[in-house]
Ligand binder design. Structure first.
Ligand SMILES: [Zn+2]
Length: 288
């Protein structure tokens, strides 16, 4: 992927290297990495949607709010993340009003290492990247990308861009009022149905990531041969079925919160091919 032409976004706060606000100590780094990959793929962000604050009790310690450096970072990976963010801003600022009649308000991106605070509670690398609707911010530890490469062999710029674009997809869902509706519904139903709603939310975010890639490609032509395959490999590696098989040996569809490898790939491709937000309506789809 050639992302040099992308405008880097200033909506980035770099908290790397700031003191870690308690809690992450005691866990080995290996444990944290594995938990991070599983957490991202098995639905930590849906849990944040359901009950944000309650899952991280230890936040009541009252640390100072960390204030990082704002603006695009200078290092390669930091610049990459703010370039992808900038490109999603440029695409969605045009596409969202065109297709849905709503203005796009750009979210923020916090890059951190280890752990940090969010309006959805205490965030640590172990959770993987996530979007917090309460402060409209994506939280990302860039070491997640190395882990994708080394543990899942699902590396490559476009695969990493897809991860960021997926989180931005949740922001688009938030802007469209879909997140809050889904959240309200999840509070009313039992766990299997709540998981079903999570799957729809996640597959929609995959599809919206595809919509971004579609329009980005039309205007910037940044994709190179093999890029799409790499994103598909990532989507497959982090499907619930694949991860469950790897971590517990069996597959329990009711506990899926992100969708199977096949579903994640198919919805990503739906967005990528059509470029249409409407084509991503997983709540109306007859087949998920
Ligand atoms: Zn997600």
């Amino acid at each position: 992927m050639r992302w040099d032409d992308f405008r880097t976004s200033d909506n980035v706060e770099d908290r790397r290297g700031l003191p870690v606000p308690g809690g992450a100590r005691g866990l080995g780094i290996g444990t944290i990495i594995i938990l991070g990959l599983i957490g991202w793929a098995l639905g930590i962000d849906p849990r944040l949607l359901i009950g944000g604050a309650e899952m991280f009790q230890q936040q009541s310690g009252g640390y100072e709010q960390q204030q990082g450096k704002t603006g695009a970072p200078q290092d390669q990976m930091g610049r990459f993340a703010s370039a992808i963010l900038g490109n999603t801003e440029d695409v969605w600022k045009e596409t969202l009003p065109q297709q849905t009649n709503r203005q796009y308000q750009a979210p923020r991106l916090v890059i951190f290492s280890g752990a940090t605070r969010s309006a959805c509670g205490y965030a640590q690398s172990a959770m993987g990247p996530f979007y917090c609707p309460n402060d409209q911010t994506v939280y990302l530890d860039l070491s997640f990308f190395q882990d994708m490469q080394t543990r899942f062999r699902a590396g490559g710029d476009f695969a990493y861009a897809y991860v960021i674009a997926h989180e931005i997809g949740h922001h688009v869902e938030n802007q469209l009022g879909i997140l809050s509706r889904a959240q309200a519904r999840q509070r009313e139903v039992g766990q299997p149905e709540a998981n079903q709603i999570s799957v729809r939310i996640e597959l929609m975010a995959d599809c919206l990531a595809g919509v971004w890639a579609h329009h980005s490609q039309q205007r910037w032509n940044a994709l190179e041969e093999g890029d799409v395959e790499k994103a598909i490999a990532a989507a497959q590696a982090i499907g619930d079925d694949r991860l469950q098989r790897q971590t517990q040996g069996t597959v329990i569809p009711d506990s899926f919160t992100h969708g199977t490898s096949e579903q994640r790939t198919r919805w990503l491709m739906t967005g990528l091919k059509t470029g249409q937000v409407q084509a991503c309506d997983t709540f109306r789809a007859s087949k998920l």
